[in-house]
Ligand binder design. Sequence first.
Ligand SMILES: [Zn+2]
Length: 236
Amino acid sequence: MSSNSPVNGGRAGSDTPDLLYLLSGVDEFSRDVFPGNEDLFKSLAHQQHPHTLFITCADSRVSPEMITQTRPGELFVCRNIGNIVPAYGEMLGGVSAVVEYAVLALNVRQVVVCGHTDCGAMKGLAADVSIAEEMPTVHAWLRNAEAARSVVRTRKIEHDHVVEALVEENVRLQLMHLRTHPAVAARLAVGRLAVQGWVYDIGHGKISVFDEQGSQYQTLEEARERLQNPQNKAAP
Ligand SMILES: [Zn+2]
């Protein structure tokens, strides 16, 4: 972070952000942002009806609400290293509970799994260097992305594009894992849930969307066209 950051450039302490810096941010929120959105926050004080479960990486550069231009109350967000959704039964824990709660209790209508460019987790997987000793927990967690690495390895991909390929393949894998969760499978079966995979390009401010039928990533415009005119897709 630097003092010329477009987000916080004017805020005191932004050169060396510390706890006081965070508190001054909250102060600014309470003073300048909350009053203008008071009705929204009051309406959310005792209830939430998010429409989307948004699963993404913990990376500090990925801001779900900013990317999707959504407001508080719209996204139920689950973040972890590598935007991973362990297959059901593999690792019953935080992510499985979030998925179950979002689908069954909050009745979200869609789940987005969003990876991103320059993902440290995918770079770690691509590097082929074992981090088992230094970071055993991260190492164990990334086993949930191992199949993505296997798939990418079987392709002859130029070194410079391996991370990019892993990011894409990992989103695809985590979508498959997501479908193994009983709550998701049940809602998908009756058409009450949609799932989608995205890759967010940090440097360009764009997303690409995975088209499961076509088994490829599409631009936002192509994905929008596909969703708006699903009958076109049925053509041979
Ligand atoms: Zn990441």
